[in-house]
Design a protein around this ligand. Structure first.
Ligand code: HEM
Length: 231
């Protein structure tokens, strides 16, 4: 326990915690994307996927609480690191470095905070379903399951909602590519050849995630995916 407490108080320990919790959240982001992309396969696929998740019952709540704890730790240790950095810098950075480092950290804070607001809105939108009055009018699908397919289609037919999703996904991509690069640095991976390759890999990965997520609202707005029931 003492080792754990010393680890979480050291700067490198805190960086690891931010990086590892970030990696867990990336795991969720990949799984969530693959699950939701089933909207392109049709109502049957996405509704049965959502039904299977709901059937997990208590386990779903364990996963939700684990994810919530991961988000809280990620934010908490990011704040602790920022406080440490400020305290440990009696002499200010040279002008050029200062501009560069504050730009990177400022963009991480802004994208992180908008993402947090997005997640709260997103849960109100699709999980609690209180953000769109039309969702209450949705009937069950032919197999008596919640019609997640039509809910997503009606949700994304609103251009402002879809616009917010696209902006949030853009910030998610920025957050992922910056976050991954700074995590590699914390691990001491400062190799001249490897570091740029890892950074490029992180950038490509982040933009694939962006493309995957935005493909859904865009396909709905373009009329490529239509609701399976009329309201
Ligand atoms: C186009 C993009 C997205 C779509 C279509 C989508 C779809 C959904 C749907 C349908 C649900 C409700 C599941 C249910 O209750 O049956 C949901 C829940 C959720 N989504 Fe997303 N999502 C998107 C992007 C994201 C992103 C980028 C994140 C995280 C950064 C995220 C995090 C969550 C979380 C945390 C939940 C709550 C899970 C739960 O409590 O069970 N989503 N999403």
């Amino acid at each position: 326990m003492n080792h754990l407490s010393a680890f979480s108080k050291s700067s490198i320990g805190r960086k690891y915690i931010v990086g590892i919790t970030g990696a867990i959240l990336v795991g969720f982001i990949i799984g969530h994307l693959l699950g939701n992309l089933q909207i392109f396969l049709g109502q049957e696929y996405i509704n049965s996927y959502a039904e299977k998740l709901r059937a997990l019952g208590a386990l779903l709540w364990v996963i939700r609480l684990f994810l919530l704890a991961t988000v809280i730790l990620h934010i908490w240790f990011t704040i602790r690191l920022a406080i440490d950095n400020r305290k440990a810098r009696p002499v200010p950075y040279a002008r050029k470095e200062h501009v560069k480092s504050t730009y990177a950290s400022r963009s991480m804070w802004i994208s992180g905070l908008v993402l947090l607001a997005f997640i709260i809105y997103h849960i109100a939108h699709f999980t609690v379903q209180v953000a769109d009055p039309r969702f209450a009018l949705l009937k069950l699908d032919p197999l008596n399951r919640h019609d997640v397919y039509s809910m997503m289609v009606y949700g994304f037919q609103n251009v402002f909602v879809s616009g917010f999703y696209v902006i949030a996904m853009y910030l998610l991509a920025m957050h992922l590519s910056h976050g991954a690069s700074s995590f590699f640095q914390s691990l001491g991976l400062n190799d001249k050849k490897l570091t740029p390759k890892l950074a490029t890999g992180a950038r490509i990965f982040a933009w694939l995630i962006f493309a995957g997520y935005v493909s859904m609202p865009i396909a709905v707005l373009a009329g490529l995916i239509k609701p399976a029931q009329q309201l």
